[in-house]
Each structure stands twice: as C-alpha cells, then as structure tokens.
Write a protein that binds this ligand. Structure first.
Ligand code: 5GP
Ligand code: ZN
Length: 112
C-alpha cells in the first residue's frame, strides 16, 4: 500500500518520534502549524474517521488515553488542541487516520 504514514511507521521514511507503543505512533509534523505540532496515528491503517467502527475503536480509545501523556512529554503544559481532518472538505491530505496535537502558543479562537 502506498501510504506515507505506513512508511513512517515502518521506518522507511524518517520522522522525529514523539511516542511509540505496540498500537500507536506519534511524530512531529514536517510542516508545523504551531510551535508544537505532533501527529498521533494508529499503526493499523485506517483511512479516516469515517472508517472507525466497533472493530477498530479500541485503538482510538488507546490513542485518546495516550494523548495527555504525549502532550505533557512534549511540554504542552498550558493546553492544546486536537484535530482530525476527514475527507475532502476538511482538506485531509494523508489518508491514514491521524490526530493533530497543536499547541505551544495561544491558538486561534476559530477552527474553520
Ligand atoms: P492532514 O492535512 O491530512 O490533516 O494532515 C497531514 C499532515 O501530515 C500535514 O500537517 C503534513 O504536514 C504532515 N505530513 C505530510 N507528510 C509528512 C511526512 O513525510 N512527515 C511528517 N513528519 N509529516 C508529514
Ligand atoms: Zn497507512
């Protein structure tokens, strides 16, 4: 499968790792939109939020259980935003489910 994030998980494309366990990989975004910008992804290839189901939702729960630790370890002590773009209107550019963690500065009050 020609998926850039699967290649990052496999180590075929280098990345700056923020966290890893059996099910989850987190790494710094190559084009940060905030002083701290981390992407958290499932190791299993799930294309987007539209493909979350009872078959794979346990991994989504694990991601959200880990996000506070990933954010804290990255130095985000004053809050952060979690975003996931799904599909064309949201401008999802990589079709492997990912959650952006953004912070390190006061963020925009608007989201769209
Ligand atoms: P999306 O637009 O799909 O919500 O977000 C995809 C994100 O992946 C973008 O913020 C983009 O900068 C990031 N990205 C794309 N390719 C790479 C890469 O090869 N390495 C890293 N670290 N981030 C990437
Ligand atoms: Zn993938």
């Amino acid at each position: 499968m020609d998926c850039i994030f699967c290649k990052i998980i496999a180590g075929e494309i280098p990345s700056k790792k923020a966290y890893e366990d059996r099910d989850i990989f987190a790494f710094y975004d190559i084009n940060p939109q905030a002083p701290i910008h981390i992407l958290v992804i499932p190791k299993e290839h799930i294309c987007c939020i539209d493909r979350i189901s009872s078959d794979n939702s346990a991994i989504i729960a694990k991601i959200f259980e880990k996000i506070p630790q990933i954010a804290k370890d990255a130095g985000l002590t004053n809050g952060y935003r979690v975003v996931s773009n799904c599909g064309n209107d949201a401008c999802q550019s990589v079709r492997h489910l990912h959650f952006h963690i953004l912070g390190g500065t006061p963020l925009s009050e608007t989201m769209a």
